[in-house]
Design a protein around this ligand. Structure first.
Ligand SMILES: [Zn+2]
Ligand SMILES: [Zn+2]
Length: 215
């Protein structure tokens, strides 16, 4: 089964997740957005072995520590979908705009596509391409653990911003309703920011994507 620990990083309190297979101790960081030393300390304390870094999308606060950790631990960076390459390519400008310390570009070692699967020990994560907040945003789901890492697609009571280049609110709502809801209301999710929730609660209460909006 998949274990996880949420570690908020940067002044955007971005939810980086350390996830691991409880049988094998193989681990990954999802969205290591900053504060690499804090993340590496959490990894050391967990006793797990880092195998890979997973990125949901190319925004600075989700990828800022990816390169440092990849180099330090000798692990590959997987994701997001290739449509977010322009965001990774302009990280130096994003860092400047968002008040982060200067960083270099981040190179993905493997772009991810809808339906891809990622193994972590005995655990399997399914990739869902969920454009809208960014065109190459992906969501990672462990169907056995009933857990999803949704980045900035969906929040408890809200959805991601779409006022960025190539952002699209209609695409975002469509991604949530057609890709996430069919997974089941019992799926708990870790959003990119703020508290966890589950799909059933959001279908009932989220003002942007509740079922009553479409009936
Ligand atoms: Zn974002
Ligand atoms: Zn974010």
């Amino acid at each position: 089964m998949l274990g996880y620990q949420i570690i908020p990083v940067t002044h955007y309190q971005q939810n980086c997740s350390l996830i691991w297979c409880q049988e094998t101790g193989k681990a990954a960081f999802v969205d290591p957005g900053g504060e690499p030393e804090k993340l590496l300390l959490a990894l050391e304390q967990s006793g797990a072995t880092l195998e890979k870094i997973l990125l949901t999308h190319g925004h600075m606060d989700h990828v800022g520590a990816a390169r440092v950790i990849a180099e330090r631990c000798g692990v590959p960076i997987l994701g997001p979908h290739k449509a977010d390459q322009f965001w990774l390519d302009n990280l130096p400008q994003q860092a400047q705009m968002m008040g982060f310390e200067p960083v270099g570009e981040v190179q993905s070692d493997q772009w991810l596509n809808d339906g891809d699967t990622i193994s972590l020990g005995n655990c399997t994560l399914v990739v869902l391409h969920c454009p809208g907040h960014t065109p190459g945003h992906i969501v990672l789901v462990d169907k056995q653990a009933r857990l999803a890492f949704v980045g900035d697609v969906l929040f408890k009571g809200s959805v991601g911003r779409t006022d960025f280049p190539q952002g699209n609110h209609a695409h975002l709502v469509d991604s949530i309703v057609t890709k996430l809801w069919p997974l089941g209301g019992d799926i708990q999710f870790v959003p990119g920011h703020g508290p966890m929730s589950d799909f059933a609660q959001e279908r009932a209460n989220n003002p942007f994507v509740a079922d009553k909006n479409f009936g």
